[in-house]
Design a protein around this ligand. Structure first.
Ligand code: FRU
Length: 597
């Protein structure tokens, strides 16, 4: 199709849409290349129509003739799932055109017939009002678009900063930016503009941030320095600094600061008091290794050691973390190396494993044999766990991405995809065999959500079950019980549509089954049971925290955690406790209603 013929086609197509035709001039250059000239820059946004099941098109925004890094957008072909905003505010008084290369795949060749050209428009509005019934209330979610790993978390002046892998141009993975939110209590989240956007070195993959209190970098006193992976055809590490407490970042002119001959990513930086230097741990995903670096100034890095051949090495290693924990009972300190792996998790797909050992600033030596695998959480929806830098009162606080790469892109939401877990406190405890393990409990900050008096009851449960009404889809269940040897105790959460999830205790383990939980058909990997080994105590204590579409379960002392998503068609409103092969004693059942005030 020649350009001229295209214009004729467009004037027919666009009859009656003259405002649109004047603001945007759309030229089909042929060969799947379309130019959209933005003639009116008085509006805030150019809204782009997205259809999730079509291939991405490459959108190059050219500003005064210079192309910005590509944005990949699933421009709608024959159906519009939702719109995404391209902010025009940075381009006032510029000449702006979009050079669009239509994605290959199933698209037709006469791309100008695609619905996106008709629906694309300028606007001052992009609504952020929630339209998703499955959006959690007190868990962090992006206002719109896609989110995966938590990044760059640091605590400063009473504020928890949380950055995250963010796609502002669709609710599926792509175009990695660092989105930014903050909170003073870990349950109310304030949303901020994108903190770090793609540049000439690539998109912005995961990483961490520290406050450089002593200005070792020379960027300025108390500069926040973020280190992340720049991903293009290769992966290298870059830094950016913020002089306004993490709100805006300037990229270091000397980037990249770490280069390696093979893929390596997700830098976790911390100040090592004993070694008197900065440490960074990176993963070499395909070699199942963690690499350790030192630096005096966050700019110049030297590789010191490697760790591998331990734990689960069946799949890629990602998002490492390394921190010291002290056992409050013995006073012993140990280093903990977190390695997120994908797939290969205990119930398939993504999960977080950890190693306990010693670290001298250069090498990590693991306490346990190579075949030992420790999981930080046994659920299917707990990945990319990392900790906050400078957490208050010497605490070690982590947060995970509540999803799994097996189905993350298919979850049944559209306006946004994925939430973070609740913040969790990590502590060290000695097990009966003398080894150390990491205990996980929800950070006590979440207790502000408890509203009014909890329902408190106790009873003996038999095979006919006992049932208790749940106050709402936001609640916390705290149950202490003893079960008869050989019995099977089921905690069932159900709704009026016959949908339910079961948590079953058999004396040795807890199995969570979501096969009948509601929507599960978006992926055959979703309705798979998850299993956590129970603690050895006779009296068991389980906490379950529900927030619309997630259930986070914890042993009362943190010996195990299990995080799973659920998509019931209507909220679960009943808890049943059923004991088979013998009566069980529920010594205390507390149900708190949770509210975000
Ligand atoms: C983990 C991960 C990281 C990478 C990021 C990209 O989920 O694959 O290794 O930095 O996501 O979004």
């Amino acid at each position: 199709m020649t350009i001229k013929r295209f214009f004729l086609t467009v004037s027919v197509l666009l009859a009656g849409l003259s405002a649109y035709a004047q603001d945007l001039r759309i030229d089909d250059l042929g060969n799947r290349n379309v130019i959209v000239r933005v003639n009116d820059l008085s509006k805030k946004y150019l809204l782009l129509p997205v259809q999730e099941d079509v291939p991405e098109s490459g959108v190059f925004v050219t500003v005064n003739g210079v192309a910005e890094p590509v944005r990949n957008v699933r421009l709608a072909v024959d159906r519009v799932d939702y719109m995404v905003p391209l902010s025009l505010e940075p381009y006032k008084d510029c000449t702006v055109a979009l050079d669009i290369h239509i994605g290959d795949g199933h698209r037709r060749t006469d791309v100008i017939k695609d619905i996106c050209w008709e629906k694309m428009h300028l606007s001052d509005e992009f609504s952020l009002e929630n339209i998703e019934k499955y959006r959690p209330v007190f868990h962090h979610t992006p206002q719109y678009g896609w989110m995966n790993d938590p990044n760059g978390m640091f605590y400063k002046d009473g504020v928890y900063h949380l950055y995250y892998q963010f796609n502002p141009y669709g609710s599926m993975w792509g175009n990695m930016h660092w989105g930014h939110s903050s909170s003073t209590d870990l349950v109310h989240w304030e949303h901020h503009p994108v903190a770090i956007a793609p540049d000439q070195w690539g998109t912005i993959f995961s990483g961490s941030a520290v406050v450089d209190k002593n200005n070792t970098s020379g960027f300025g006193e108390n500069a926040v320095v973020a280190m992340y992976t720049s991903c293009s055809l290769t992966q290298k590490q870059s830094i950016a600094y913020s002089l306004d407490g993490g709100m805006t970042y300037t990229k270091y002119a000397g980037n990249p600061v770490v280069q390696a001959p093979q893929e390596c990513r997700d830098p976790k930086v911390f100040w090592n008091e004993e070694a008197g230097c900065w440490n960074c741990v990176l993963v070499s995903p395909l070699e199942y290794e963690a690499w350790f670096y030192t630096s005096p100034d966050l700019k110049n890095w030297t590789k010191q050691g490697e760790f591998g051949g331990h734990g689960n090495t069946s799949a890629i290693w990602e998002c490492p973390d390394l921190f010291k924990l002290t056992d409050p009972v013995s006073g012993d300190s140990k280093w903990v190396l977190l390695i997120n792996i994908n797939p290969g998790g205990p119930a398939g797909g993504s999960a977080t494993q950890y190693f306990v050992g010693d670290f001298d600033g250069k090498n990590f030596v693991c306490d346990t044999a190579p075949e030992v695998v420790n999981w930080l959480d046994y659920g299917k929806d707990h990945y990319a766990t990392v900790t906050w830098s400078h957490a208050p009162e010497g605490r070690t606080m982590a947060i995970a991405w509540m999803s799994n790469w097996q189905y993350a892109n298919q979850l049944p939401t559209r306006q946004f995809r994925s939430a973070n877990s609740l913040a969790r406190d990590l502590t060290l405890a000695k097990t009966s065999d003398g080894t150390y393990r990491v205990c996980v409990l929800p950070s006590p900050e979440m207790e502000v959500l408890r509203t009014g008096k909890p329902l408190v009851t106790s009873f003996s449960a038999g095979k006919n079950g006992r049932s208790v009404a749940l106050p709402s889809e936001l609640c916390e269940i705290d149950v202490k019980f003893t079960a008869k040897k050989g019995s099977k105790l089921t905690f069932r959460l159900s709704n009026d549509q016959g949908e339910y999830v079961d948590l079953v205790y058999d004396g040795k383990s807890y199995v969570f089954d979501r096969a009948k939980s509601g929507a599960t058909d978006f992926s055959q990997d979703f309705a798979v049971p998850t299993t956590a080994p129970a603690s050895e105590s006779v009296e068991q204590n389980v906490r379950m925290i529900m927030d619309v579409s997630s259930i986070e379960m914890f042993d009362g002392k943190g010996w195990w955690a299990m995080t799973n998503l659920v998509y019931p068609s209507v909220p679960y409103n009943k808890l049943e406790v059923i004991s088979e092969n013998g009566t069980s004693r529920v010594k205390s059942l507390k149900i708190y209603s949770l509210t975000l005030n």
